[in-house]
Design a protein around this ligand. Structure first.
Ligand code: FAD
Length: 153
């Protein structure tokens, strides 16, 4: 099936938001990921969710209508606030094709990624441009793929 033609146009949306205080963040994030994998698989959505210092940065990609409908649910979720779109539009290919939703929490070993964006000291998602947001998430994808390979080896 050709994703780039007609109603199957591939769409990518990237946004950031702030976590609301939660009693058990890890538990909530696990629940979000479980729901996301289930729903996104049915809607042909792939993507990545980055969690860093109470901030979410998420990419959703798939058929335009499915991505926008999913984002419509996400912005109403009380577990975060201030959801702001960094980019939303047609894409030529999937960047996160391996995952219906993959989540990664940045840890100190990932600082090189933030260094490349000059954001180690002050991670400020409102300064991400469409281009730097894709670069950030591509870099996270690279780390995530390598650690998945290590855990298989
Ligand atoms: P229902 O499960 O019927 O829930 C009804 C309402 O309660 C919704 O507003 C829901 O957001 C809210 N809710 C559900 N569980 C909780 C809870 N534990 N605590 C507080 N409120 C709750 N969903 C996807 O399908 N795909 C994604 O990629 C995706 N990414 C997300 C990323 C982030 C950062 C967050 C915070 C949520 C994400 N979600 C995602 C979850 C999404 O917001 C919806 O909760 C989910 O899609 C179910 O929607 P629903 O309308 O069927 O809600």
């Amino acid at each position: 099936m050709n994703e780039t033609s007609g109603s199957r146009t591939l769409h990518r949306l990237i946004y950031f938001s702030r976590q609301r205080p939660m009693a058990d963040v890890d538990h909530e994030v696990d629940a979000i990921i479980r729901t996301s994998i289930q729903n996104n698989r049915m809607a042909s959505i792939t993507g990545l969710l980055l969690i860093h210092r109470e901030t979410f940065v998420q990419a959703l990609e798939g058929p335009a209508e499915a991505v926008l409908t999913t984002y419509g649910r996400i912005i109403n979720d009380p577990r975060h606030s201030g959801s702001t779109i960094i980019t939303s539009g047609p894409a030529s290919k999937r960047e996160f094709a391996d995952w219906n939703m993959c989540a990664r929490r940045m840890n100190p070993g990932d600082d090189a990624i933030l260094d490349a964006l000059q954001m180690r000291e002050a991670f400020e998602p409102s300064k991400l441009t469409p281009r730097s947001a894709v670069r950030l998430l591509q870099a996270v994808r690279g780390i995530q793929s390598r650690s998945a390979l290590r855990s298989i080896a």
